[in-house]
Design a protein around this ligand. Sequence first.
Ligand SMILES: C[S@@+](CC[C@H](N)C(=O)[O-])C[C@H]1O[C@@H](n2cnc3c(N)ncnc32)[C@H](O)[C@@H]1O
Length: 212
Amino acid sequence: MSDPDLPVGVERRSFDGETRLATRGPPVYGEPTDGEWRAWGPERSKLGGMLELGFDAGLSGGETVLYLGAAAGTTVSHVADFAGPTYAVEFAPRPTRDLLDVAESRDRLFPLLKDARKPETYAHVVERDLDAIVQDVATRGQAAVATRNARFLADDGRLLLAVKARSEDVTADPDDVFADVLAELRGTYEVLETERLDRFHEDHLGVVATPK
Ligand SMILES: C[S@@+](CC[C@H](N)C(=O)[O-])C[C@H]1O[C@@H](n2cnc3c(N)ncnc32)[C@H](O)[C@@H]1O
C-alpha cells in the first residue's frame, strides 16, 4: 500500500509476516525480497531509519539527489530505486568497487570516487539545484561537509543528514557533539527537524535542514 508520508516508490510491505519499508529494484545485499520489491531495513540504513521514525524528509519520489558517503551502496541503491538522477560520492576505493556493481543495474545511479570534503573535485559532474542531499559520512567535520556541499542544493532543497557522534569525538557526550554540529550547520542551513536515531543507530542524530 502506498503511504502518503513516504515518497512514491517507497511502500510498507509484508516480508515473512513483518511489515517493512521497501523499494522496487534488483537486490543488493541479501535483503528479503518479494517479487520486484526489496526490504529496506532501518537498522541497515540511517535514511531508512529516519523514514521509519516519521521524519518529514520532503521526498515525494523522482528527486535529484547527491548522496555523500555511499559506501557499498546499501542505502543509495534504495534511493536510486525511487529517486531521479542520484550522484553517489564515496572516497574509499574498496566499497566503491561494490557500488559500481550496484550502479550497473541502476541507470539513474552515478558513483563518484571522490572526497566529500572537496566538492570542487566533482562540481563539474554534479548538477545544480538538486532536490536533496543525503549525508552519511563517518568522518570528523560532518557539519563542514554539509556546508561545503550546500552549493548543489536548490533554495527549497533538503539536507537529510545523519550525524555520527563518535566520528567527531569518541569521548565527548553525544548531546554536546550534536549541539556543536547543529550550531555550525545553522551558519548555512535552517534546521527543520532533529531526532536521535538510537532505536536503530546508536549515538546518531537525524537532521532535516534547508538552505538559509
Ligand atoms: C557509515 S558509512 C556509509 C553507509 C551508507 N551511507 C549506507 O547506508 O549504505 C560511511 C561512509 O562514509 C565514507 N566517507 C567518510 N569520509 C568521507 C569523505 N570525506 N568523502 C567520501 N566518503 C567518505 C566512508 O568511507 C564510509 O564508506
